[in-house]
Design a protein around this ligand. Structure first.
Ligand code: SF4
Length: 345
């Protein structure tokens, strides 16, 4: 492990100035294989409960995000643009320059205790994944969950990380005193596609194991089927095998979301597409000619297909025999999410 307190001539000083003002930033690198090539910027945040801009259009108003940047490295991740606000690179930099709010648990506990806080629902995993690999080392989520449990504050988590199972007992305890919603994101089950487009994430099957385990322990878990990637994961047989696998995991619900490509993510994704599937570049330019979202007719078609399959395989909150704790906060409908606040985890 190496660490240093940054000085003005550090290669990261521009980013530090952009993000952290006068606060001390410590950078660390770890020589273990899982963290090779990754730089962590540890900061002491001033605030940890964030209000969602444009919250009236979102299914939640408050978020907690202990990290910025995400080693899960999904090519399409639209939180990429948020790295540019820190003067950090939105491509590989987003995957490898991770900001860690090391005081997140204590700060959250303090803010939850404040008389100005009224106990509203808090959504996590809505910007970047709170159970990304860094969490294995920094262990911020146990303190965060304990604070939420102690204040009986309702919350939801959206993740691709299997690490959430480490905190199963805390989730169970929290669910005894407040509303807890968990969603896992699995857009497709195609292994080849997964390896190239979500290279830092646990395999889709492992994520479905998380759903299975949570269900077995009484925590109902929905699946955000996101993103459905046009021409790469949207063939009828692909949708079918994904929904079938989701159903077999015991998910309480499935919510499809078609890929969207906002600035920041769009450039990175299109560069990836031209390397891996160059024959699709023209089709994408036409499909996304009007902006970040695929046309409504396409979104409706995917939604209808997935809902029909879900019905066929019996997924849904009314399915007998499944835990009925609280459903996770539903993702915002396509076209309404603020780019800095909801990612396709
Ligand atoms: S989509 Fe989610 S899991 Fe993937 S890189 Fe972005 S924040 Fe991380």
């Amino acid at each position: 492990m190496r660490w240093e307190n940054l000085t003005v001539d550090s290669e990261h000083s521009r980013a530090d100035a952009a993000l952290f003002g006068a606060e001390t930033v410590t950078t660390r690198t770890f020589d273990t294989p899982e963290f090779r090539g990754i730089t962590f910027h540890e900061i002491r945040a001033r605030s940890i409960i964030n209000r969602v801009p444009g919250a009236s259009r979102m299914p939640f108003e408050w978020t907690v995000n202990p990290y910025r940047g995400c080693t899960h490295a999904c090519v399409y991740c639209f939180a990429r643009r948020t790295h540019s606000y820190l003067d950090l690179d939105t491509g590989h930099g987003f995957d490898s320059q991770i900001v860690v709010k090391v005081n997140a648990p204590e700060l959250l506990r303090r803010q939850l205790a404040s008389r100005r806080w009224h106990g509203d629902h808090i959504a996590m995993g809505t910007n970047v994944d709170c159970y990304q690999r860094a969490e294995g080392r920094y262990r911020l989520m146990p303190g965060i969950l304990a604070a939420l449990r102690d204040h009986a504050n309702p919350f939801s988590i959206l993740t691709k990380g299997t690490l959430i199972l480490r905190d199963l007992e805390l989730l169970r305890r929290a669910a005894e005193v407040t509303d807890v919603g968990v969603s896992v994101s699995v857009g497709f089950t195609d292994e080849t596609l997964w390896r190239t487009v979500e290279p830092g994430t646990p395999a889709p099957e492992r994520r479905l194991d998380v759903v299975r385990t949570l269900a077995r322990h009484g925590i109902g878990c929905g699946v955000l089927m996101a993103p459905v990637i046009p021409f790469l994961s949207d063939r009828p047989e692909q949708l079918r095998s994904t929904v079938r696998a989701i159903a077999a995991s015991g998910a309480t619900s499935v919510t499809p979301l078609v890929l969207h490509l906002r600035p920041g993510a769009r450039e990175w994704f299109m560069a990836w597409l031209s390397r891996h599937h160059p024959y699709l570049v023209g089709r994408y330019e036409r499909l996304y000619a009007d902006g970040a979202y695929a046309p409504r007719w396409y979104q409706r078609r995917i939604t209808r297909q997935v809902h029909e399959l879900a019905q066929e395989y019996g997924i849904g909150p009314a399915r007998p025999g499944l835990p009925r704790r609280t459903p996770a906060a539903a993702p915002a409908p396509p076209g309404t999410a603020e780019p800095t606040q909801l990612t396709l985890l």
